[in-house]
Unconditional design. Structure first.
Ligand SMILES: [Zn+2]
Length: 350
């Protein structure tokens, strides 16, 4: 099995799978151990500071179980090397911390028919799933478009409670073991989310998206190497300034809905967010599909974009403008959180 990332999530994955006696463990990571990693990446110790993470992880695995064969890749997983590396393994665990890698792992696994045991976390929340395109939805079915670059800080930037990757990575190891030995009830088609601060678990059912570009009926991504993951995730170009986008206040939007005003409301939130609460009168178009589906909008009426905090909706407006759309576009100021504050107290804040 292959572990992508030798950090917080990779730590329990490597430790438990080594202890379980998984025959071959591959680890890919291009980072070196830093002191600030040690609070959560307990596979590394103070003596390892400055060493490549894969080398330090290999030593720890060998200490736990010298019979395990460890393959290390002190490099980034890229569109150029992903197929070669991933094709060597039966099961892949995504323990990375960034969106380009998540899409890359997902797409390569989908094309090669491998399961992608996914884990991710932010501050006090984490989630786990098994994205296995042959048997259920993939990561792209769940998240057709990445969040705008810069909106979701990494663990290094946003911080994470050190125990959380221990919990999430251990759950990933549990899924890997079930996939290897067969049996049990695995997480294909389900996402389990864990809130460490309030100690709450949630489970969401997720479904295959027929329009998924990698596992849907009309696959549009057929070559990993041809896809620019950095660009897709907005890391190579900064979007326009936010200030040029016109906003609409929640109360104003409510008034216009109540008066039956002709207006189009587009919800650009993720499926798991809409599962928490649907926005009234809204049509759903993910940001990644806006350009292609702009003809569904009536450019003679006002279109209002809605997201959680009023930031992705600005990106949505800019995306359409860049695509040449000329009709009037607005974002709901402050998103659904402001809506909950000012208009509908029962609307969930998450
Ligand atoms: Zn898919």
């Amino acid at each position: 099995m292959l572990i992508v990332g030798a950090g917080g999530l990779g730590t329990p994955l490597a430790q438990y799978l080594a202890a379980a006696g998984v025959g071959t463990i591959g680890i890919i990571d291009n980072d070196e151990v830093e002191e600030s990693n040690l609070q959560r990446q307990v596979i590394h110790g103070t003596r390892d500071i400055g060493r490549p993470k894969v080398a330090s992880a290999k030593d720890s695995i060998k200490q736990i179980n010298p019979l395990v064969k460890v393959e290390t890749y002190n490099m980034r997983l890229t569109a150029e090397n992903a197929e070669n590396i991933i094709s060597e393994y039966d099961v892949v665990a995504d323990a990375s911390d960034n969106y380009p890698t998540r899409y890359l792992v997902n797409d390569t696994c989908a094309l090669l028919g491998k399961p992608d045991v996914f884990g991710a976390m932010y501050q006090f929340e984490g989630q786990v799933s098994v994205y296995y395109a042959e048997h259920g939805p993939c990561f792209r079915c769940m998240y057709p478009a990445p969040p705008p670059a810069g909106l979701v800080p990494s663990c290094a930037m946003g911080g994470v409670v050190g125990v959380l990757p221990g919990v999430i990575g251990t759950l990933q190891a549990n899924e890997v073991i079930k996939l290897i030995v067969g049996g049990g009830k695995n997480l294909i088609g389900r996402v389990v989310a864990f809130d460490a601060w309030n100690l709450k678990w949630r489970e969401l059912k997720i479904h295959k998206n027929d329009n998924c570009p990698i596992c849907g009926k009309n696959r549009t991504i057929t070559e990993i190497e041809d896809f620019d993951y950095e660009d897709f995730c907005g890391l190579t170009q900064q979007k326009e300034e936010e200030s040029e986008v016109e906003g609409i206040e929640p109360k104003e939007l409510k008034r216009r809905i109540d008066e039956g005003d002709k207006i189009t409301i587009i919800d650009v939130r993720e499926p798991h967010e809409r599962a928490i609460a649907k926005f009234p009168e809204a049509k759903v178009i993910p940001i990644g599909q806006l350009e292609r589906r702009q003809k569904e909008l009536d450019d003679t009426v006002d279109t209002v974009f809605v997201c959680k905090e009023g930031k992705r909706s600005i990106l949505a407006v800019n995306t359409l403008r860049e695509a040449g759309y000329t009709g009037p576009l607005y974002n709901l100021k402050g998103g659904t959180n402001a809506w909950a504050r000012e208009v509908d107290k029962d609307f969930p804040v998450y």
